[in-house]
Design a protein around this ligand. Structure first.
Ligand SMILES: Cc1cc2nc3c(=O)[nH]c(=O)nc-3n(C[C@H](O)[C@H](O)[C@H](O)COP(=O)(O)O)c2cc1C
Length: 200
């Protein structure tokens, strides 16, 4: 089995990158393969363009760079997103990746009668968000619930992709604990996917 670990952080030496690497290591240690997609390092352009809109309207085919991103996801048996929380949501870089890659016709089919066909039912998703604020702040303002509604349900639910893990990593005295959590999570990516498939 193969996991695509997408990380959206400008600093390759950040905790987010270390968590993505630890997660990929956990996948490998469990006998599977993992590829890290470093959106910042690869220079992914998150701007939703007029061409992207024409794709959405089914007027033209996907630009090559987006088709390549979709193929990379298609090659994976599980998708893992690792990102720092910016303004109580995902960074614009990752949001732009979703906007452009999770396109009409690939992630879902928008039909003329306003119905949609969910096309990513086969893709288990694992979300790992790193926060600067503590859990009390998230709870007090309902930020975590808002994120789960918007990201887990609003994005992946819309496409039918089951969100198997939704992890919020808040500051702790020893941040290396997050690397252990990520490694353990990586080890469970396909175990959990198997259970989800059995339960479906
Ligand atoms: C532009 C920006 C916005 C941020 N917004 C939030 C936020 O809304 N909530 C939060 O808990 N932390 C926020 N943070 C803090 C980051 O989430 C935190 O620094 C990051 O997760 C730590 O991981 P890193 O070491 O990989 O950067 C923000 C940081 C930046 C740079």
């Amino acid at each position: 089995m193969h996991a695509l670990v997408v990380v959206a952080h400008p600093d390759p030496n950040s905790l987010s990158h270390a968590v993505a690497q630890a997660l990929a290591d956990g996948v490998s240690n469990a006998g599977h393969t993992a590829e890290i997609a470093d959106l910042a390092g690869e220079g992914f352009d998150p701007r939703f363009s007029l061409d992207d809109l024409s794709v959405h309207r089914r007027e033209i085919a996907q630009p090559a760079e987006i088709a390549a991103e979709q193929a990379r996801v298609d090659r994976a048996d599980a998708l893992v997103l690792v990102y720092p929380i910016y303004w109580w949501s995902m960074p614009a870089l990752l949001k732009g990746w979703i906007d452009r890659v999770f396109a009409n016709g690939w992630a879902y089919d928008e039909l003329e009668d306003m119905k949609t066909v969910k096309k990513l039912r086969h893709l288990p998703v694992h979300l790992v968000a790193l926060a600067g604020a503590d859990l009390r702040t998230f709870a007090r303002h309902g930020y975590y619930g808002a994120m789960r509604t918007q990201i887990d349900h609003g994005i992946f639910g819309y496409c039918g992709a089951p969100v198997v893990t939704s992890e919020l990593l808040v500051p702790v005295p020893d941040m290396s604990a997050h690397l252990d959590t990520a490694r353990a999570l990586g080890g469970k990516v396909f175990a959990q996917a198997n259970r989800a498939a059995e339960a479906a």
